[in-house]
Design a protein around this ligand. Structure first.
Ligand code: GRG
Length: 295
């Protein structure tokens, strides 16, 4: 698991954290900004943001052009965690090793902080992406971002997840849930980085194959860790999927099959890069990290 010791990845993590801190300078109303900052600046891995930057650099783009998009992605990710933790959804009192936002600030404030983060993500992208990125590219990214986070992506996946709690779903529905509630943001992270770098259609297709594989793999690893992980290592409450009758890879396929599928997907992601001469040690490391984080 090189990601934890990899100085380069730590540097990227701290660059994203510094920019988020800078973009989210406290303002009025104070409580709103306090709760927004509490949620966004918590101790996250910043994997999605890092993937966006790395995808951009892989196709000869730069950190400068992709950092605002990486931050917008992490802002939306934090928003989705706030709402996911609410008692009416996944109901978790802990997140990133701290009380979840509704526990710290109350449900009304948590909902409103999440609401405010959605337009704020767009504001960050539009205000801070350098003028060297064309308006056409910005519009392409905004259209894809909107599809990713709404009914065609995160919200759609979450709705099907919530409405099927306690009901055993088939494999197609399970893949729909995982690919949308979690995979969609991974997919956007990698595709947006590549689009910012003006990649070719073929390169976009290949990075999409990589992103779909690791996005699904990440949710499978999350499902496995819900069974095998501890509150300290996860920073959230383990064992909740089973208690709430959630459909997960282990609940549908069993633990061993889930581990094999996780490994297969991470291998597919890495092979896609290797067989097509897409050179990125970081993208390889992240696929390895996702496969190995359950160990
Ligand atoms: C985005 C408009 C909009 C609505 C959100 C609530 C909701 C709709 C969707 C839920 C999406 C969700 C929370 C999926 C689970 C994703 C997941 C596995 C999160 C954990 O990711 P990590 O481990 O977290 O990368 P850190 O804390 O490291 O950032």
């Amino acid at each position: 698991m090189k990601i934890k010791s990899n100085t380069y990845l730590k540097e990227l993590q701290s660059k994203i954290n510094c920019k988020l801190d800078e973009y989210m300078s406290p303002s009025c109303p104070h409580l709103l900004w306090e709760s927004m900052r509490y949620s966004v600046l918590g101790d996250g891995k910043r994997l999605r943001g890092i993937l966006c930057i790395e995808s951009c650099k892989t196709f000869k783009g730069s950190e400068d052009i992709s950092l605002p998009t990486a931050c917008a992605i992490e802002i939306i990710h934090a928003q989705s965690l706030i709402h996911d933790d609410l008692p009416c959804m996944d109901n978790d009192d802990f997140r990133r090793g701290k009380p979840s936002t509704h526990k710290q600030f109350g449900a009304a404030q948590a909902i409103l902080a999440g609401d405010a983060l959605i337009p704020f993500a767009y504001e960050v992208f539009l205000k801070h992406t350098p003028p060297s990125v064309s308006d056409k590219t910005k519009l392409t990214i905004i259209e894809e971002f909107s599809k990713t986070i709404g009914a065609h992506g995160l919200v759609g996946g979450q709705v099907v997840d919530v409405e099927n709690a306690g009901i055993q779903v088939d494999s197609e529905t399970l893949n729909y849930i995982h690919s949308n509630k979690t995979g969609a943001l991974y997919n956007f992270a990698l595709r947006s980085g590549a689009i910012l770098a003006n990649c070719s259609d073929k390169e976009l297709e290949l990075i999409t194959t990589y992103s779909k594989a690791i996005g699904l793999a990440f949710q499978i690893s999350d499902d496995i860790l819900d069974i095998t992980g501890s509150k300290e290592s996860l920073g959230k409450t383990p064992g909740k999927d089973k208690a709430s009758g959630k459909n997960t890879y282990p609940s549908v396929y069993g633990l061993e099959n889930s581990i094999s599928e996780l490994n297969n997907l991470c291998k597919l992601a890495k092979d896609t890069l290797a067989h097509n001469n897409i050179k990125s040690e970081v993208l390889i490391d992240i696929a390895d990290f996702i496969a190995e984080r359950i160990k």
